[in-house]
Design a binder for this molecule. Sequence first.
Ligand SMILES: Cc1cc2nc3c(=O)[nH]c(=O)nc-3n(C[C@H](O)[C@H](O)[C@H](O)COP(=O)(O)OP(=O)(O)OC[C@H]3O[C@@H](n4cnc5c(N)ncnc54)[C@H](O)[C@@H]3O)c2cc1C
Length: 367
Amino acid sequence: MIGGGIAGISAAAHLSAHGAVTLLEMEASLAYHTSGRSAAMLVENYGSDGARPLVKAARPFLESPPPGSVDNPLLSDRAVMWVSGPGTLATLEERYTEARERGAACKLLAPAEVVEQVPVVRQDWLEGGLYEPSGADIDVAGLHQAFVRIARDHDAEILTSSPVTRIDRDGEGWLIQSGDRALRARTMVNAAGAWGDHIAVMAGVDPIGLQPMRRTAFMVPGSEQSSAWPMVVEARERFYFRPDGIQFLCSLAEEVPSEPTDARPRMEDVALAIQRINDATTFDIRAVNSQWAGLRTFAPDRELVIGEDPTSPGFHWLVGQGGIGIQTSPAYGRLLASLATGAELPGHFAEVGVDPERTSPARFRVR
Ligand SMILES: Cc1cc2nc3c(=O)[nH]c(=O)nc-3n(C[C@H](O)[C@H](O)[C@H](O)COP(=O)(O)OP(=O)(O)OC[C@H]3O[C@@H](n4cnc5c(N)ncnc54)[C@H](O)[C@@H]3O)c2cc1C
């Protein structure tokens, strides 16, 4: 397993029941990159067509994690309120129609009804709201740790400060070099996030054109009174904010192409987000408590890439999670394990419409 973000550790947890697993993470700590930098939300009505069923398939794990894997619940209710400002009501209505077609529970609200729930939004700025009650805050550290516990219970080896620097074919398997260590593996899983194509090239596998996109987030002061408010997302995703304890987590919700790197926030992105949020609300944000940036990595068609590369037996992809890699992690880890071992998927995967073909890397290969 290459990569110790949420993707790699979820797959390690699910695969370790089937055989010996070693996870290699280049950084000194797990989840140092994108997985440690998310907004920690579950939003059902979000992401690509192939990803939405995975959110539903992930729910049972998130709501009732395996006994002993967590100390506290992983989810706490947090509704989502899409808001439309001047001239954007049509976008909100499109979102509503799309959500209804997909069977999502949601409701259109008049400006006054939005303000009742989120008193900080300016009624004179608002054209309407779309309320989705089914969202949740995710305890990301708790979820990541749950996967670590499950993997370790099955004797998986988890190695940090272990960058993979060379990959060679070794009979039907792989010889993987990390520092002084050389590991032999029958099956390799590429869960290297923004570096996914680099790992492929290292292994002599064609890249699939992954594109990391930078997104900035920051914390501003809030209050205990606001801690139960919904997450507020502008209809065209030009900003969002949500309560986080007695602070607010805010973002410009931008997508700026980037190389795989240790992403850093840009002052101008934080400033623009503050300007947009201040225009739409009575916040009057003047101070930022902390700020960061992370890379959301997308495949060319913005669907996840899960499973064995048809051109390279034993090379499994687990990349392209974009902006939904936390909320779907229990599902894609399970799907990857099932594809790699032939183990049956739980019945509810098919019921909610998970289609392994849709996320297969085979779609990028000439048939
Ligand atoms: C601002 C922001 C907000 C977000 N909000 C949400 C949200 O609310 N809900 C949600 O579900 N998702 C959200 N996401 C998306 C989510 O964080 C990602 O989809 C997810 O973290 C991707 O996980 P990953 O394991 O693929 O990537 P990463 O966490 O980046 O893990 C990849 C790992 O591979 C390692 N690696 C790379 N190369 C090598 C090598 N050669 N050898 C060894 N290790 C290597 C890296 O060090 C890294 O740790 C958000 C993202 C951002 C940036």
